[in-house]
Design a protein around this ligand. Structure first.
Ligand code: ATP
Ligand code: MG
Length: 569
């Protein structure tokens, strides 16, 4: 491809609203342009990168028996009512009406559509399992679209769905998917972790995310370098150094005056006690009303763990207004004693004795509080958010590290949630009807490309890993008016093209400085720089984008070495 024939509108300045480096660089490198909030046009260079990601995904999906389909992006309301998600999905679902006033939505995901196909076309255990996937545009009306194509409203996703006769078979495909995903992200040149993720009401170890480590990531990943245990922080298990018997509180419950002392820090200073002797009562709301969560004063509550412990649909912080209206107590002095709502207690609170809590009265706390003796517990469990340095729950000596990550992929066992709601039934070998067991598996195509930029860049621009690079080699003539240079460049171009190496020839009449800057910005892995003096001496310069290492090589012989240079990058 000739540079002058391609639309590569590079920019010196980043867009004012760009917060992360991938957004800045993808716009500056002329790969993407914003049309509206969270809605992007993909320009030629950007599309070449996305196609590279797609092709890697396709190869790995086909490898494990996935069949590619292409489903409609506009989906009728009836299917979403059958799955009960029409009401549940909320504002992220873009709802639209056609000219006959019929309701549709723009698909944020395709479980309904795929289940509808499978229930109509697959009837027997002999036709199972089946893995169907597509690479399609999704629309989610995200509250805060940002970071360019990393969190768009319209975005490209690979979504796969598998249908099985039973749980064990689903598990098999799930494991194959996990391996395929790891291959995909390895081939994309990413440093990533496969982490245990929340599977909501389904529970169990049935959901994993693939997270690319990057400071700009919106997720927190907790992992142990010693044993390899890795989890989204939402689920990361705490290790409890159990004293098997519950302690017996020796002190009496005692009310104390704590004027204006509300926070753990204030109370602990005022009473001269360590913050771990104080227990925080956090009030939350779910579909059944208010609930309380208790954790040690030096710990934070993890609401995902708490939601799973309760087994509720949703769980959100209670508002101050709600707390005061329903309990008549100001926030800051809430405690479990005589609190008439379900109380969930972190396991580490169970081994405390004689602790301090709010007393549900202004400027008052209790000392000498004891679990069970002084208040009733609905359920105990692991409710705390782990921190860097906490002991690993899976090995003796390991410690947690917490880092930021970008979720690029998510695999999930759905069970029979959709097949039951939508009647996707098959006949087993005894002629008995059963609901199919399902799995679903997503990868953000654009997000994967953006995550790669987060990991691979320097102050000059993007440094594409070879497999994602829009071109593998860029030929940069010092002056394209010079006939000898032109001839040499065209000859290099032809030879590389014949070797099936994707090559870009910068045939623009611009100054060398401009061309070198652009080449660095767009991040093509190998630059071949052809200058008049070097050429006269039978040499050309080959520069590696990543290391900026530049060497003179004998021309024309060295062209034959380019494949091995690329291989060794
Ligand atoms: P997130 O928690 O980041 O909002 P999600 O859990 O809603 O993502 P899934 O429904 O699991 O995402 O979608 C599968 C994949 O699609 C994600 O792993 C991610 O790579 C990609 N993806 C999801 N939302 C977006 C978005 N708004 N923009 C770009 N890619 C996205
Ligand atoms: Mg997810």
């Amino acid at each position: 491809m000739y540079y002058s024939k391609l639309l590569i509108p590079t920019l010196k300045e980043s867009p004012a609203d760009a917060e992360v480096i991938s957004h800045k660089l993808m716009v500056r490198a002329g790969m993407i342009r914003q049309l509206a909030a969270g809605i992007y046009s993909i320009l030629p260079l950007g599309l070449r990168v996305l196609k590279n990601v797609e092709n890697i995904i396709r190869e790995e999906m086909n490898q494990i028996g996935g069949q590619e389909v292409f489903l409609p992006s506009i989906q009728p309301v009836e299917l979403w009512k059958e799955s009960k998600r029409w009401d549940f999905y909320g504002k992220e679902l873009l709802r639209i009406k056609d000219r006959h006033d019929r309701e549709f939505c723009y698909g944020p995901t395709h479980e309904e559509v795929i289940t509808d196909i499978v229930r109509k076309e697959i009837k027997s255990y002999r036709q199972l399992p089946v893995i169907l996937y597509q690479i399609q545009t999704k629309f989610r009306d995200e509250v805060r679209p940002r970071f360019g194509i990393m969190r768009g409203r319209e975005f490209l996703m690979k979504d796969a769905y598998s249908f099985h006769a039973d749980e064990a078979d689903t598990q098999k495909t799930y494991t194959q998917m996990a391996i395929a995903y790891a291959n995909i992200f390895k081939r994309c040149g990413l440093e990533f972790k496969q982490v245990q993720a929340d599977s909501g009401t389904i529970g169990g170890n049935f959901s994993h995310e693939f997270a690319v480590l990057a400071n700009s990531g919106e997720d927190e990943i907790a992992f142990c370098e010693t044993c390899g245990y890795a989890s989204n922080i939402e689920l990361a298990e705490a290790r409890l150094d159990f004293e098997k018997t519950a302690p017996k509180g020796t002190e009496e419950l005692k009310e104390i005056h704590t004027p204006k002392k509300q926070s753990v820090a204030e109370v602990s200073k005022f009473l001269g006690l360590a913050s771990k002797q104080i227990v925080k009562t956090i009030l939350l709301e779910n579909e059944s009303g208010l609930v309380a969560g208790l954790v040690r004063g030096d710990h934070e509550i993890n609401t995902v763990k708490m939601r799973n412990l309760i087994g509720c649909e949703w769980l959100l912080p209670a508002t101050e207004k709600m707390i005061e209206e329903q309990l008549g107590t100001p926030c800051g002095f809430i405690g479990p004693v005589d609190l008439n709502i379900p109380i969930y207690v972190d396991q580490e609170v169970t081994i405390l004795e004689n602790f301090v809590t709010g007393a549900n009265k202004v400027d008052t706390h209790f000392m000498g509080v004891q679990v069970q003796r002084d208040f009733k517990v609905q359920k105990f469990g692991d409710l705390r958010r782990i921190q860097s340095g906490d002991p690993c729950p899976r090995c003796e000596d390991g410690k947690y590290q917490v880092k930021r990550g970008i979720e690029v992929g998510h695999i999930f066992i759905l069970g029979t949630k959709y097949s039951q709601a939508m009647n996707a039934i098959y006949l087993d070998s005894n002629g008995k009807e059963n609901p199919m067991v399902m799995g679903c598996y997503g990868i953000g195509v654009g997000r994967t490309a953006a995550a790669s930029v987060e990991q691979n860049h320097d102050e000059k621009g993007i440094v594409w890993p070879l497999n994602l690079a829009p071109f593998k080699v860029i030929i940069i003539p010092v002056n394209f008016k010079n006939d000898d240079l032109k001839k040499a460049c065209k000859s290099i171009y032809t030879q590389l093209s014949e070797m099936k190496i994707e090559v870009l020839l910068d045939d623009r009449q611009d100054r060398l400085g401009v061309k070198l800057k652009d080449a660095d910005l767009i991040g093509i892995p190998v630059q071949v720089i052809v200058g008049p003096k070097n050429l006269e001496e039978g040499k050309i310069e080959i520069k590696i984008r990543k290391t900026q290492d530049s060497q003179l090589h004998p021309y024309p012989q060295c062209i034959q070495d380019i494949p091995s240079i690329l291989k060794n990058l």
